[in-house]
Design a protein. Sequence first.
Length: 323
Amino acid sequence: MNTISRLLCMTLGLSSVFAAGEALAQVNVAASFSITEDIVREIGKDRVTVTSVIPRGSNPHSYDLRPQDLMTLEKADIVFLTGLGFDDFLKRWSDTAKNRNKIIDISQGIKPLRNTEGDDDSHEHEESPEHEHEEHHHHEHEGHHHHHGGTDPHAWQNPLNGAIYAENIRKELCKKEPDSCGFFTENAANYTKALKDLDTRYQERFSGIPEQSRVMITTHDAFNYLADHYRIQILAPRGITDSHEPSAGDIARIEELMKEKKVRAVFIENLSNNTAVEELSRKNGNSINGILYTDSLTTEPEGNTYLKLIEHNLNAIWSAMSE
C-alpha cells in the first residue's frame, strides 16, 4: 500500500471514529420515577443516559429525597417530571433559576381527572364529552404523605397518555440534541404505535363485556385513568396515595357493592398494604385474581417496562371480567 493509500485509510478510520462518537453523543437525563425513566430510554436509547430519582420498587407517594438523588438532579441536563402533582416533592429542589430551566413537565396535553380523595361518597370524574357516562368509582379516604391537590396524577394507566408523554419527551430531546432528532423521532413513532395498538386491542376486548359487568376491586385509587378510558367501575378501600386506613364504614359499603354487582375481578397491588382487599375477598368468598402494578416498574418480567406493565394490568383485568 503506497503512502497516499495509507493516509486515505487513516483519514477514513478517524472519520468513522468521530462519526461514531457523534452518534453516541449522550444527553444526561433524570426522571422522577421508573415509568418516565423507561419511556425516556425507549426514545433516547444509547444516545441518552437516564436515571430514575425514585428507585424501582419504591413507593413514590412516601418517598423522601436522599443526598445521592440531589446529586443525580444536579448533574442532569434535563429533569423530566411526570406532572399533575405527582412529583411536587421535587419543587423545593427546583426553586433556583438554574434548576427550573432544566425541568420539563411531560404531562402537557393530558386531560387530568379529578382527585376525589377525601370526598364523602361515590363520584363521577371530570370527563371529556365522549366519556359522559354513569358513575365509575367509589372511594372515601383522606390524608397522605405527598399531596396532589385536586388532580389525580396516575395518568400513565391510560396507554394513550403514555403516547403523550413519549411525544413530549421526544420534543425536548430534539431540542437538546438536534443532530439526533431523526433518531428520537423514529423511536418515538415506533413506541407510540405499540401503545396505540395495545389500546386498540383492549378497547375491542372490553367492548365484548357488558358495561354493568365491568367492575373491579383493587387496593387504592391508582387506576382511574384506566377505568375512565375503558369504562370500568373501580371499588377501592384506600385513597390516591395508599396511606389512608379504610374505616369499617368504607369496608361495609364496598362489601355491599361487591354483592350487589356480583364482582368477580378482585386484585391486590405490588406496592400497597393489601389487607383490606384480602379481608373483603375472604369474607365474600372471592378469589384474588392477581397483582396489578401501579406506581413503579418491577424486576418481574411482566412489569419491568412500561409497555409490559400496561399490558399485564389490562390483560389481568379483562381476563377476570371475562370469566
